[in-house]
Ligand binder design. Structure first.
Ligand code: COA
Length: 309
């Protein structure tokens, strides 16, 4: 779906969307394609790349706020579809930070020896919850999925340090009012957008830049690594201006910042794994490189990880 397509449904322009967000187009899943469907596709490709057998997967964690059903988890749907009968599967509800949160959980479980091989997924069908009558938010979001296989490493490679934090006081900056048990849908429910994403973009923007910068500084300091040692910075793709402000604040030069927001928009939990996959397949990351991922989302919640690739 291009910016020109949006010009036909809300009062906006390609020029406004491009200059304020950096987005040119986003992918919208078909009516019949679900978040679990996209996740399964991503998992197959990740398992292929990692040359991993399905019997060996013992943990499946899916970051999503758009699961196929309220019950059970999306991760259980993925487990069933892929026949991962030896695994524990559960979801993480951490909005755009869901993938990084899942990665940190997988890393902790694997480090303690509880599990050996995890699939961590970030997947969203945001088109199902975007308010296509609200021009301030609908132009931002897209659908997608990404996945990684995480396993113990015999050398120093892997997740070197991580940081996760949230501030529940700010939950109403980015939320959906109707659809949970507090405000369930009723037969009389009037369409006023309260069952779709609401976001106070300007406020979220300010907190996002500040807290993501602190999260990255935290993981670097803990590992005694300086910003100049980072080979590739892979931030959540929410807004090009946020990414640029963040990189500037952290003194990471533009050629070391991965950006694909132009093609996908904000895919929430899927954004970091999609970006990591593209960067990897494009040969922008070599074994031994330091890679930093960071994300921020509704909760508000944010997190970062320093990875030795
Ligand atoms: N097309 C045209 N005009 C639009 C528009 C659109 N799609 N959306 C908003 N506008 C208008 C507003 O109505 C406002 O008009 P006004 O000045 O007459 O009231 C003007 O543009 C500026 O709006 P504002 O909200 O201040 O714009 P902004 O520069 O803050 O950009 C966002 C808006 C949403 C792009 C930006 O705030 C953002 O990216 N925020 C963070 C998003 C994010 O990271 N999300 C969560 C993390 S996952």
């Amino acid at each position: 779906m291009t910016n020109l397509d949006f010009e036909k449904i809300v009062d906006t322009s390609d020029e406004w969307i491009t200059t304020r967000t950096g987005i040119k187009e986003r992918h919208i899943a078909s009516d019949t394609m679900t978040t679990a469907d996209m996740s399964v596709e991503a998992c197959k490709r990740a398992m292929d790349m990692a040359k991993c057998r399905k019997e060996d997967i013992d943990l499946v964690i899916c970051g999503t706020v758009t699961p196929d059903y309220r019950l059970p988890s999306n991760a259980c749907m993925i487990q069933k579809e892929l026949g991962l009968t030896n695994a524990l599967a559960f979801d993480v509800v951490a909005a755009c930070t869901g993938f990084i949160n899942g990665l940190v959980i997988a890393n902790s479980y694997i480090s303690t020896g509880l599990y050996k091989k995890a699939l961590v997924i970030g997947a969203e069908k945001l088109s199902a919850i975007a308010n296509y009558k609200d021009r301030t938010t609908c132009v931002l979001f897209g659908d997608g999925a990404g996945a990684v296989v995480v396993e113990p490493s015999a050398n120093e490679r892997g997740i070197v340090s991580s940081f996760m934090k949230s501030d529940g006081r700010l939950w109403q900056l980015l939320w959906m009012e109707v659809g949970g048990i507090k405000n369930p849908y009723t037969p009389e429910f009037p369409y006023d957008g309260s069952d779709k994403i609401f976001m106070n973009g300007a406020e979220v923007f300010k907190v996002a830049v500040k807290e993501m910068a602190k999260a990255v500084e935290n993981v670097l300091e803990k590992a005694n690594v300086s910003p100049s040692d980072i080979a590739l910075f892979v931030p959540h793709q929410a807004n090009l201006r946020i990414i640029d402000a963040l990189a500037k604040r952290l003194k990471i030069s533009p050629e070391r910042v991965f950006k694909n927001i132009e093609k996908y928009g904000n895919t929430s939990a899927a954004s970091v794994p999609i970006a990591l996959d593209e960067a990897n397949r494009e040969g922008r990351i070599k074994p031994g490189d330091y890679v930093v991922v960071v994300a921020f989302g509704g909760g508000l919640i944010w997190g970062s990880a320093l990875i030795k690739w």
